[in-house]
Design a protein around this ligand. Structure first.
Ligand code: BTN
Length: 254
């Protein structure tokens, strides 16, 4: 990967880097377009939630990734983004990184980073996705995030000083580029094993909460499309959406 493969725009403030790239995707000039913001005034999280971040304390950015013309619907893409982020952080020396389906990055059950993948409407163009990443670098002390049972930051997972945000960004973009190339040629099955090695809830009892339902079972990993597999009383079920947490009473949730 070369620096010239990317166009990186770093702004002081915007509403949401995902919002900006999805609303007005830059023209396809063969580069991967990246938008970084020091501050988001309306950061978006998964499932319609807000994403809170603190200037100087977080790295918030989005990557516009275009697939080859005729590429199939990108199954498992959001898991690949989580895996790339996990590997980049490990490469920087972070200890104990785990993945929670579909793509939260955790350390000891606490959330270190979140990812929001939004597919762009095709409108006759090759498929494209905006991958938005919010990574806690060094949170102010005493922070609590509504709806989040625990949050952590990169500085706490390193035994050495926190690298500059530009170094962290470069490490993540390098991994994203490398894994997306593998994904584009071989699909999620080529990366499934690496994802499962880091899965926080393998063989653990979990609850999956949907809009207005809850499903209980034992986590049995993910399938070749990136769907979560759950062993339930009714048999093995594929889960395509929802929030996973350890079943109440079975341990600390994330
Ligand atoms: C989640 O865990 O709910 C996903 C959070 C994703 C947050 C990032 S921050 C950069 C990008 N822009 C957004 O508005 N959201 C994503």
């Amino acid at each position: 990967m070369l620096a010239g493969d990317f166009s990186i725009i770093w702004v002081d403030e915007c509403a949401s880097t995902n919002g900006t790239l999805t609303a007005a995707p830059p023209a396809d000039d063969g580069r991967v377009h990246v938008l970084v913001a020091n501050r988001q005034t309306a950061g978006r999280g998964r499932r319609g939630r807000a994403w809170l971040s603190w200037p100087g304390s977080s790295l918030t950015f989005s990557v516009l990734w275009r697939f080859m013309p005729g590429a199939p619907a990108p199954a498992g893409l959001s898991l690949v983004a989580g895996l790339a982020l996990a590997r980049a952080l490990e490469g920087l020396g972070a200890q104990g990184i785990q993945l929670k389906w579909p793509n939260d990055v955790l350390v000891h059950g606490e959330k270190l980073a979140g990812i929001l993948v939004e597919l762009l409407p095709a409108r006759g163009r090759p498929p494209a996705a905006v991958i938005g990443i919010g990574l806690n670098l060094h949170l102010p002390t005493g922070i609590s995030v509504p709806g989040q049972s625990g949050v952590t930051d990169l500085s706490r997972t390193l035994e050495h000083e926190l690298p500059a945000a530009t170094i962290v960004l470069a490490a993540i973009l390098t991994e994203l580029h490398g894994l997306f190339e593998i994904y584009a040629s071989a699909g999620f099955p080529a990366l499934r094993g690496a994802w499962q090695q880091r899965h926080a809830f393998t063989d653990l009892p979990v609850c999956i909460r949907g809009e207005d339902s809850a499903l209980y079972g034992i986590c049995a990993g993910v399938d070749e499309d990136g769907a979560l597999l759950l062993r339930t009383e009714a048999g093995l079920q594929r889960v395509l959406a929802g929030d996973v947490s350890l079943r109440p009473g079975d341990g600390a949730g994330a």
